[in-house]
Ligand binder design. Structure first.
Ligand code: AMP
Length: 207
């Protein structure tokens, strides 16, 4: 079964991905992580993508599709969580051509919580582990020993643009998937245990 996690930057897509991976062993495709990997490896694609990511704009579809297609072909036949893709209706239509989607989880978090979360979010440059709130002063990743940094695009002025882009370009996907009866809501404001139990019930009933 294949699941899309749909939510604003900082809504907890990575966190919910990890809960689902621990519970069910899904494969995880995060287009943001894949693009950052290309930037780290200084590939041509990474250099092109960086221009857009640094400003908080969406990377052009042709570049995102290239990393997406590779990732899907490496994970065919396994259950996949899509984290950060699709971000536009056009991307959703492209995804439909590649794979069938069973469930879309729409993550709801108030914007004030998002801004607070992102300002304290730190990530490992090496393995992409995320640190927040209590341990955002960490300098070394406890999983792999890599350097822990604040993402350039988590800085306030860029985040504001990313949230704007989400409202305009990505939010219409909620109705797109609602019309297909694939959408469920996930409230991720602090205590997310009940939301996760509800999500597990839905997934278990579909298996
Ligand atoms: P994320 O890690 O998902 O927050 O993504 C970080 C940045 O990567 C975004 O702000 C975009 O610039 C770019 N990006 C990630 N996924 C996509 C996508 N599906 N379409 C366009 N740009 C993307």
């Amino acid at each position: 079964m294949n699941i899309i996690l749909l939510g604003a930057p900082g809504s907890g897509k990575g966190y919910i991905s990890n809960l689902l991976i621990d519970e069910y062993g899904f494969q995880h495709i995060s287009t943001g992580n894949l693009l950052r990997e290309n930037i780290k490896n200084n590939t041509e694609l990474g250099r092109k993508a960086q221009e857009y990511m640094a400003k908080g704009d969406l990377v052009p579809d042709s570049l995102v599709l290239e990393v997406l297609k590779n990732a899907i072909s490496n994970n065919l036949g396994k259950g996949i969580i899509f984290d950060g893709y699709p971000r536009t209706i056009e991307q959703a239509k492209e995804l439909d051509k590649l794979i069938s989607i069973d469930l879309v989880v729409s993550i709801n978090v108030p914007e004030s919580v998002i801004l607070e979360r992102i300002s304290t979010r730190r990530v490992c440059l090496n393995c992409s582990a995320v640190y927040s709130a209590n341990d955002y002063n960490k300098l070394v990743c406890e999983k792999c020993g890599g350097q822990v940094i604040q993402r350039e695009d988590d800085k306030e002025e860029v985040v504001i643009n990313r949230l704007k882009k989400y409202e305009i370009q990505t939010k219409p996907l909620i109705d797109f998937y609602k019309e297909q009866n694939k959408l469920i809501n996930f409230d991720n404001n602090g205590e997310s245990k009940d939301s996760f139990e509800k999500l597990k019930n839905v997934i278990n009933s579909m298996k």
